[in-house]
Design a protein around this ligand. Structure first.
Ligand code: AMP
Ligand code: ZN
Length: 500
């Protein structure tokens, strides 16, 4: 089955056909490094992380490029405020980004180019635009003449006349037409600047992605991605510059990820309600956050809130708990070939069918849930008597989870370790007194051994009051923070107050 993808450029789902058989080049607009990455950025990067993983799973040789915007007005302003050198400030946030990205289990792209290290490529591209007569100089700046490139707005499908009417010229800009945009900005005191044919200056925002994508993926490549906000003006301008310079089609497919907001409110730095990824990860498990992102189709909007996050973590607990049960049942055995119960392989085809349909990770998660429901049934209410069949089926299911979870970047931990961390987090969040709970559990075990069941029951009730559940297992009593509690501390409590 071919992969179908929604292409913003054509406005429809279409078959993904690589420019070169078996290979795919993908460029994703990366972070502007003037601050810590927030959960909205993290959603977009997680979506593309899974796209890349799935394309590799399907056997494509993928080259994944995600840039760092390290020369930009926002960086210059932040540096001015902190009294730091802008390039040094950006370099610091590149390192912080790397730390956060790895905490969220994001794959390292094959190339992570920085603007400051690609000035020669940018200069060459602007020169070419000048030679082709689509760029002009004005007082040390260089602008792209939108009027000279007739397909302008083919990506965002905006109406040019409306745009012209609404466009503003910023103070200090010397453009001929309001829609023209800067390719090169003349140096101002205190700003990073490089020597160019037009005097000292720095690149405008859009030109970097045109120059760096061409350097690493060629002038025409397969997929270009980013958040929805980038369609206009950033991607529209990239497209115009690149095609005007090369005379060839730029990216074949444009993919855009929907926005993440905070329970209905737009997350924006100017509103002061930005949740940093690292603050979110101090409250919720990284895989649970990935699960939360992936449980909504990447093109749809998504709201970040307590309930959905705690649901995501509870869901991951159910998955890990089931994995633990499967491992305990199989005890490291790999049952050989033979009959299985039902069609355990069908989950993998369900997973692939979902992902082939415009990377529907929510559908992929439904296949994962199907696997765990089937496994629980086999263990708790075996529909067949033959133990070898049960175990062989469990082993097939286990293998499918392994393959799927590598694509989703989930369930990559050892079940015991993950569950222990989850327990610790719940204990802390709910202020459970671990010492007291363990003493009560021990007293109850002693009472049971002495056949004093009245005391044992009283102690169980006391544990319940402390919001603790106990399970009697062959290897002893296990306790766990109660699953249904009324007054839980919201996962996001206090988070939005911590502004980056
Ligand atoms: P920036 O650092 O602002 O350049 O953004 C980096 C990436 O995150 C871009 O692809 C943006 O489109 C994307 N992005 C920014 N805010 C959000 C949001 N609230 N939800 C989803 N993606 C976002
Ligand atoms: Zn870009």
């Amino acid at each position: 089955m071919p992969i179908r993808v929604f292409n913003t450029l054509s406005g429809q789902k279409e078959e993904l056909v690589p420019l070169e058989a078996g290979k795919l080049g993908i460029y994703v607009c990366g972070p502007t490094v003037y601050s810590f990455v927030h959960i909205g950025n993290a959603r977009t990067f997680t979506s593309f992380d899974v796209v890349v993983r799935y394309l590799r799973y399907r056997g494509y040789q993928v080259k994944y490029v995600r840039n760092f915007t390290d020369v930009d007005d926002k960086i210059i302003n932040a540096a001015r405020e902190s009294g730091e050198d802008p390039i040094a400030l950006a370099a610091r946030y590149v390192e912080e980004f790397r730390r956060d990205a790895s905490a969220l289990h994001l794959l390292e792209p094959d190339v992570s180019p920085k603007v400051s290290e690609h000035i020669p490529e940018i200069l060459r591209l602007i020169r070419r635009l000048e030679e082709r007569g689509v760029a002009y100089r004005s007082d040390g700046d260089v602008y792209f003449a939108v009027g000279k490139y007739s397909p302008y707005a083919k990506l965002s499908k905006r109406n040019l006349e409306d745009m012209k009417a609404g466009a503003r010229v910023e103070v200090g800009e010397q453009k001929r037409e309001p829609l023209d945009f800067a390719l090169w900005k003349a140096a101002k005191p205190g700003e990073p600047a490089w020597e160019g044919p037009w005097g000292k200056g720095r690149p405008g925002w859009h030109i970097e992605c045109s120059a760096m994508s061409a350097r690493y993926l060629g002038e025409s490549f397969d997929i270009h991605g980013g958040g929805l906000d980038l369609i206009f003006p950033h991607h529209e301008n990239e497209l115009a510059q690149s095609e005007a310079a090369s005379g060839k089609p730029f990216a074949k497919v444009w993919m855009h990820c929907g926005f993440l907001d905070l329970e209905g409110a737009k997350m924006s730095k100017s509103l002061g309600n930005v949740v940093r990824l690292r603050d979110a990860l101090s409250r919720v498990d990284a895989e649970a956050l990935r699960y939360f992102f992936l449980s909504t189709h990447y093109r749809n909007p998504l709201s970040f809130g307590d309930k959905s996050l705690s649901d995501a973590e509870a869901r991951m607990e159910y998955f890990y708990e089931t994995l633990r049960k499967i491992d305990a049942r199989l005890k490291g055995k790999e049952p050989g070939p033979g009959p299985v119960h039902g069609e355990p392989q069908k989950f993998l085809s369900d997973f692939e069918a979902a992902m082939d349909d415009d990377f529907n990770a929510a559908g992929a998660l439904a296949a994962v849930s199907g696997i765990f429901a089937a496994a629980n049934e086999l263990i708790d209410r075996p529909p067949v008597k033959d133990k070898a069949v049960v175990e062989r089926t469990l082993s097939v299911l286990r293998e499918q989870v392994r393959r799927i979870s590598r694509v989703l970047g989930l369930l990559e931990d050892a079940p015991e370790a993950w569950l222990a961390r989850r327990k610790e987090r719940l204990v802390k969040e709910r202020g459970i007194d671990r010492g007291r709970v363990e003493a009560l559990v021990k007293a109850r075990d002693d009472a049971r051994r002495a056949k004093d069941f009245a005391t044992a029951d009283r102690l169980r009730a006391e544990l319940k009051e402390l919001q603790v559940e106990i399970m009697d297992t062959p290897s002893g009593t296990v306790w766990w923070p109660a699953r249904e509690i009324s007054d839980s501390v919201p996962v996001t409590d206090g988070l939005s107050a911590r502004i980056s």
